[in-house]
Structures are given as structure tokens and as C-alpha cells.
Design a protein around this ligand. Structure first.
Ligand code: ADP
Ligand code: MG
Length: 247
């Protein structure tokens, strides 16, 4: 990848809800093929930032540019794929129909071709045998993998993951994170909000820490997790470790 292949550019972004400022002067760039992990305490603005990038929120200042195009709330935005903690699958549609609905209705793509692609992606995430299942017949980890496939089939330029394993049991966390690691290996451009710090370290090209609506540190994973530049990041990382209380 060339150094200049910037896919996402955020310049001086400010976002508020009413009179409450939530994001202040956010500046960041994501290059094609990069996986950027966003960390920070609850309420610092991570989800809001992803929602702004996904055109789900209006913004009060600055701009968000993806592939040369300015993002506008409510605009058609197939370049961004989003996966949230809640899977939001249609309960009455089977897995295959859940996945193929949007490409057929929104992108007007050929049904047979989309089905074939969906099957290939399902195979890739280990769900080849589940295409006829209804969401209620799947585990949380399986549903989340379907949600990832549903986003991928829209052929987004960038994938945004917002705490996608926060509601899952440990083994299911693993199976979902493996899928995201696989996407990183394939060179997918991604922004990932997660509290799984070992995963963050493994998947990230870059770690960005947000606190109080501002970027307070941007670092390589190697350095962020071993020698963070800021005291705030050090404190934050300490919340993930425990010291023995037994003699
Ligand atoms: P994080 O994902 O880092 O936990 P959020 O982006 O969800 O943080 O929230 C950042 C701040 O914005 C919080 O103070 C939250 O209460 C506030 N907030 C988020 N969404 C809304 C909303 N729709 N209306 C008002 N305040 C909101
Ligand atoms: Mg959040």
C-alpha cells in the first residue's frame, strides 16, 4: 500500500447533542488496508464517532471524507459497513435472506450472483450450514458473524465495528474476533472499538485513545500497550489488569 492512499479523512470534527459537546476537534486519517482500534472509557465518544462516520449523525463542525467524498447524514453511503453490539437481524428472515436483502433491494444486484457471494462469505466465517436457519436458532456468536457477512456483502470500503463482542460469552467472543482478524489479514480497512485489549494489540496497525471527546493518544499497538505516552492512557490500561490479593 502506498503511503498516500488515504481512505478516510476526518478534519476538525465537532459533534454535540444540544448544548452538550461530545466530540471536539477530532482529526484523523485511515489509510487503505489499515486497521485502527479506538479505545477509551465509557462515554468518551467512541460510538458517536463511528456513527458520524457511518452518516447516522449530523455533525456541527469540520468534515468527514471517504474516498474523496464528503459524508452527509442520511446520504446513501454504501462505502461504510457497520456492525454493532446488537445484531439487528430480521427475525422472520433466514440467514441467507437476511444477507441478500440489501444488495438486492438497495444495490439492485442480481439475485443468483448475490446468493453465491453470500454462500462464499458464510463459508468464510464458518456458517456454511446455517443459511436456512432463522436468527432465533443461532447463538449470539453465530448471529454476530451473520451481521458481519451482511455488512461485507455491500462491498464497503471501510468496516466499522462497535463493541461487537460486548454481549457474548467468552468462546463466542473468540469466534467473532477470529473473523475480524481474518479480515485484517486480507487487508480490509477497519475501525474497531473494543475492550478486548489482547485482540486490539493483535489486530491494530494503530491505536487511538479518546477521552472526553478528544483524541489524547495515537500510537502503534506495541508502544501503546507497553509504554503509553500519556498518564491517562496508563491509568486506562491499568483498569484491565489485576494484582493478586493473596499472600
Ligand atoms: P462511548 O461509545 O465511548 O461509550 P458514546 O459515543 O456512546 O460513548 O457517548 C458519548 C457521550 O455522548 C456520552 O456522554 C453520551 O451520554 C452522549 N450521547 C450519546 N448519544 C447521545 C444522544 N443520542 N443524545 C444525547 N447524548 C448522547
Ligand atoms: Mg459505545
Amino acid at each position: 500500500m502506498s503511503e498516500t492512499s488515504e481512505l478516510l479523512e476526518i478534519k476538525h470534527l465537532t459533534k454535540s447533542f444540544g448544548t452538550t459537546s461530545v466530540l471536539e476537534d477530532i482529526n484523523l486519517t485511515v489509510r487503505k488496508g489499515e486497521a485502527v482500534v479506538l479505545v477509551g472509557p465509557s462515554g468518551c465518544g467512541k460510538s458517536t464517532l463511528l456513527r458520524c462516520i457511518g452518516a447516522l449523525e449530523d455533525i456541527q463542525g469540520g468534515e468527514i471524507i471517504i474516498d474523496g467524498e464528503r459524508i452527509v447524514k442520511g446520504g446513501k453511503n454504501p462505502k461504510v459497513g457497520m456492525v454493532f453490539q446488537s445484531y439487528d437481524l430480521f427475525p422472520h428472515l433466514n440467514v441467507l435472506d437476511n444477507i441478500t436483502l440489501a444488495p438486492r433491494k438497495v444495490l439492485k444486484r442480481d439475485k443468483a450472483q448475490v446468493k453465491e457471494e453470500a454462500r462464499e462469505l458464510l463459508r468464510r466465517v464458518g456458517l456454511a450450514d446455517k443459511e436456512k436457519s432463522l436468527p432465533r436458532e443461532l447463538s449470539g456468536g453465530q448471529k454476530q458473524r451473520v451481521a458481519i457477512v451482511r455488512a461485507l456483502i455491500m462491498q464497503p470500503e471501510i468496516m466499522l465495528f462497535d463493541e461487537v463482542t460486548a454481549a457474548l460469552d467468552p468462546e463466542m467472543v473468540r469466534e467473532v474476533l477470529e473473523v475480524i482478524l481474518d479480515l485484517a489479514k486480507q487487508g480490509r480497512t477497519m475501525m474497531i472499538v473494543t475492550h478486548e485489549m489482547q485482540f486490539a494489540r493483535a489486530v491494530a496497525d494503530r491505536v487511538i485513545m479518546i477521552d472526553g471527546g478528544r483524541i489524547i493518544e495515537e500510537n502503534t499497538p506495541g508502544r501503546f500497550f507497553t509504554e503509553p505516552q500519556t498518564e491517562r492512557a496508563r491509568q486506562f490500561l491499568n483498569t484491565f489488569t489485576y494484582e493478586s490479593v493473596k499472600k
